[in-house]
Design a protein around this ligand. Structure first.
Ligand code: MN
Length: 509
């Protein structure tokens, strides 16, 4: 079977015509040579795998350095060719990415430890070079695409790992398209019966709703034209299978209760047009109360921007609209990948991407400090909560945004600002109202912490309501230091006692 890089080259040319295509061809030949004679479990030549991974990276419109690393990603691990050979032929930058992927591949543990190790390695890789993780996503997507030829036990492990580690991380990096792909591919193998049920429901619902959505779409097009609001595109977007499944679980498995299964997405040139389009939609159809969300003024922590509204359409049907600029749409689908220039190597992500990665760095640092397996397990909960829970964003009185998990309290907020503020907090104001320290914060709240400088350590009872690992760790540390000072007192007393040993002995006998 002849495997050729033509499709890959075509794809790169479509977005980066000036890219060094000779280098890409060279990397393909180099990898094909190294993997010569090796086969995938499907029976195909091994080179089909790195090639497909590189194609997925090109679909993400990434710079060629990353694509070349994609072509070479399994070479040092699986062939006689070394990382040194790669460095000599393709340079330091490519070699670094490939090295990162090789390191990620070596997971020693099994079971829960494997999970934690995996997660931890992903964070460390992300914090040092996020390009490694992008290649890993492409690698994983092709492995999921060909999962049918893998033995069942391993199949399930890969599928679950994808749902629990890879997809949430893609989500956190704002890469909606990649996240959805990973989830839908993995869902099929992780929960086959549920997958069949949901995809059946979805097919049916699309059949029923399609005509109606088309009608609504043409009505809104007419209105926008009449009001001279330019729009680039209106799409009917269908919720992807796995996120539909998660929503079904929340709504008694009843698809009639899910209003955003098909949503209408209005793409316009600039921000002003977004709000104008929202007004036009609300003029024709009445919005449901409390369902208007302005993620443009207050983006989600992963950077997502859009206006959402849910309206009563003709015939009482409920339809969700998502309004955003073309650029916001691109960023929502590609996330951090949208922040790389097409042509340059892109070692440095843009400022926006840097900000997005700040939380990763912090997590990686915390993970670095974890020493033993017991420590791992201890931290697992808080780690999972911090990363994978839905996030809210709360403002300081100065207007800084603090990113917290859902249900977070003023104590979590205080510790997220500074340890000292957490340790000395005695009260809080949310939107100018005094609240208890265990009050739940909501997105958009302005929270002010009241501190008492004389307070020495946190209240151990706070542990029962805080939601972040950071707060929990500080409260525990505070309790520990209290304990140790109490123990020091005892030790001091004993020391005094030890100074008069004879008296003591006599007493005890
Ligand atoms: Mn691979």
């Amino acid at each position: 079977m002849q495997v050729s890089p033509d499709n890959l080259i075509r794809r790169i040319t479509s977005y980066a015509p000036k890219a060094d295509l000779d280098m890409v061809r060279l990397a393909f030949d180099f990898a094909a040579d190294a993997h010569q004679g090796q086969k995938r479990l499907s029976g195909e030549p091994y080179i089909t795998h790195p090639l497909r991974a590189a194609e997925i990276l090109a679909e993400m419109k990434l710079p060629v350095t990353i694509i070349i690393a994609g072509l070479l990603h399994d070479v040092p691990e699986d062939t006689h060719v070394t990382l040194e050979d790669i460095r000599k032929n393709f340079g330091e930058d490519v070699a670094c990415i490939v090295e990162g992927i090789t390191k990620l591949g070596k997971i020693k543990y099994r079971g829960i430890d494997r999970y934690v190790e995996n997660l931890r390695k992903m964070f460390v890789a992300m914090a040092s070079d996020v390009r490694v993780v992008l290649v890993k996503f492409a690698d994983r997507i092709h492995n999921l695409e060909t999962l049918a030829s893998v033995p069942p036990a391993k199949r399930l492990r890969i599928a679950l790992e994808s749902l629990e580690i890879y997809a949430p991380i893609a989500n956190r990096l704002g890469m909606n398209e990649i996240k959805s792909r990973i989830e839908d591919l993995a869902f099929k193998y992780a929960l086959p019966k549920e997958y069949e049920w949901v995809s059946g429901l979805a097919t049916q619902a699309i059949r029923v709703k399609k005509g109606y959505i088309e009608k609504i779409k043409s009505e809104i097009e007419k209105d926008l034209r009449k009001a001279h609001i330019p729009y680039s595109e209106i799409q009917g977007r269908v919720k992807h299978i796995y996120s539909l499944y998660q929503k079904l679980l929340k709504y008694e498995r009843d698809i009639l209760k899910i209003h955003d299964f098909i949503a209408l997405r209005v793409l316009v040139p600039n921000i002003g047009d977004c709000y104008a389009a929202l007004g036009i939609i609300h003029q024709r159809w009445k919005p449901l109360p409390n369902r208007i969300k302005d993620y443009i003024a207050q983006p989600k922590p992963n950077g997502y921007q859009s206006l959402h509204t849910t309206v009563f359409c003709d015939g009482g049907e409920i339809v969700e609209f998502q309004i955003r600029t073309v650029q916001m749409h691109d960023e929502a689908e590609r996330g951090i990948a949208a922040h790389w220039g097409y042509d340059e190597g892109g070692k440095q992500a843009s400022k926006a991407a840097e900000k997005q990665l700040a939380w990763v760095k912090e997590l990686a640092e915390r993970q670095e400090r974890i020493k033993s397996v017991d420590d791992y397990l201890d931290s697992l909960d808080s780690l999972k909560i911090d990363v994978f829970q839905n996030r809210i964003f709360v403002f300081t009185p100065q207007g800084d945004v603090i990113d917290l998990p859902e249900g977070a309290t003023p104590v979590d907020f205080a510790y997220a600002i500074h340890t000292q503020i957490g340790n000395t907090c005695t009260g809080a104001r949310i939107n100018d109202h005094i609240v208890a320290l265990d009050a739940a914060l909501s997105s958009g709240d302005v929270c002010e912490i009241i501190c008492d400088k004389n307070r020495k350590s946190p209240n151990p009872d706070w542990i029962s309501f805080v939601k972040t690992g950071t707060a929990r760790n500080h409260i525990r540390a505070g309790a520990r230091s209290k304990l140790s000072s109490w123990m020091k007192d005892i030790a001091a007393e004993e020391g005094q006692a030890a100074a008069k040993p004879t008296a003591r002995k006599r007493q005890s006998k």
